[in-house]
Design a protein around this ligand. Structure first.
Ligand SMILES: NC(=O)c1ccc[n+]([C@@H]2O[C@H](COP(=O)([O-])OP(=O)(O)OC[C@H]3O[C@@H](n4cnc5c(N)ncnc54)[C@H](O)[C@@H]3O)[C@@H](O)[C@H]2O)c1
Length: 337
């Protein structure tokens, strides 16, 4: 049983990471750290965790053997450097860092401590994403030439209602726009999936944006990437799709177009299908995230010292660089108008 320490007891820890750790047979949630004592108390009450720490040193010295980082992106660097100083392996939520310089410092610190660092991209572990990897690997659509990865949603909406019944700005969406917007946040999953499914490096990329709302970063972004093997990926992602509509609507589609057919995943239609010369095949649908699959793989990686499926720190840096670079390119292009 590996004793896991988790840093950052917020939303994604509560609905994804902690339940998944508790369900993974070879992992035990030994300690949690958060500078916010109210978040710690809520975590203790909800999950019955006794090892709660608001002092990082006491957390690192509590007997933990590996660290899961689920704090906001701007503090990933500080958390990873803390784990490295204690020689502890890390699984860090996406995005690994805010930029390449930060990520390189984190990777060097972990390498210096001889401790494994992986970025936690839970979309890879959806059984649907793994089925797509299998279909691509067995040549079901021939050679993959074009990927269309679309995730347009409202990021919980522009407004919410406060305790007094007043319409107020939704802070979660606001925070994510200030951290760089949809490509730097959710869109990093799509960039990661393109690397995962093609197995081919990105040789060139460019970004373009639209400003539906008024932030420094674009809230609706397009990214084009050329891969070394000749494939092309187009990602479209938005935090302002129906952001002021009464009803929530989203689009979430993966299409992989090859020389011999098309694989299509459509979350709203609950569809995973393959169309090729043999006709149409449908496969069981699964939601796009799997924290349980990710932790099962991390457990294997902690035991064996290697993983073919978790995102390497080198790929995670490239994801950060592309997401930030394309967003900055979109901003610079508008400044020239
Ligand atoms: N994989 C996914 O599908 C998914 C979904 C949502 C968020 N995320 C990622 O997860 C991370 C957290 O997002 P969230 O929505 O849970 O945020 P959140 O704001 O709900 O929670 C973050 C928690 O971290 C704590 N924190 C603040 N500073 C800290 C520090 N220095 N060290 C440790 N903890 C600290 C906060 O007090 C808070 O409790 C982000 O990187 C985000 O991009 C991933």
């Amino acid at each position: 049983m590996k004793k896991i320490g988790l840093m950052g007891c917020g939303a994604v820890a509560g609905y994804g990471h902690i339940p998944a750790i508790l369900k993974t047979p070879g992992l035990a949630l030994h300690a949690v750290y958060d500078p916010n004592t109210a978040a710690l108390e809520a975590c203790r009450e909800r999950f019955g965790i006794e090892g709660t720490f608001s002092d990082p040193e006491l957390f690192f010295e509590s007997g933990i053997e590996a660290v899961s980082i689920t704090s906001p992106a701007p503090v990933h660097r500080e958390n990873v450097l803390g784990a490295a100083a204690h020689g502890l392996p890390v699984l860090c939520e996406k995005p690994l860092a805010m930029n390449r310089a930060e990520a390189e410092e984190m990777i060097a610190a972990m390498a210096g401590a001889d401790a494994a660092l992986y970025a936690g991209f839970c979309y890879r572990f959806s059984p649907s994403a793994l089925k797509i990897l299998e279909l691509v690997g067995e040549g079901a659509i021939g050679s993959v030439k074009s990927l269309r990865l679309i995730y347009n949603w409202n990021c919980h909406g522009k407004y919410t209602t406060d305790a007094g019944g007043n319409r107020v700005i939704q802070e979660r969406r606001e925070g994510r726009m200030l951290e760089g917007g949809p490509l730097c946040d959710c869109g990093t999953h799509q960039i990661d999936l393109a690397l995962f499914w093609t197995g081919s490096k990105v040789t060139r990329y460019c970004g373009a944006g639209a400003w539906v709302d008024d932030y420094a970063a674009p809230d609706h972004v397009w990214l084009h990437m050329d891969h070394a093997d000749g494939a092309h990926t187009m990602i479209e992602t938005s935090f302002s799709y129906h952001h002021t509509s009464r009803n929530q609507r989203s689009e979430f589609v993966y299409e992989l177009i090859g020389t011999g057919g098309v694989i299509r995943y459509d979350r709203e239609a609950r569809e995973l299908s393959l169309e090729n010369a043999a006709g149409r095949q449908e496969f069981p649908f699964h939601p796009e995230k799997s924290f349980e699959g990710m932790y099962a793989e991390w457990e294997r990686a902690l035991a064996t010292g290697t993983s073919e499926l978790l995102t390497s720190p080198e790929d995670a840096v490239r994801v950060v660089e592309i997401a930030r670079g394309a967003t900055d390119e979109a901003i610079a292009a508008v400044a020239l108008r």
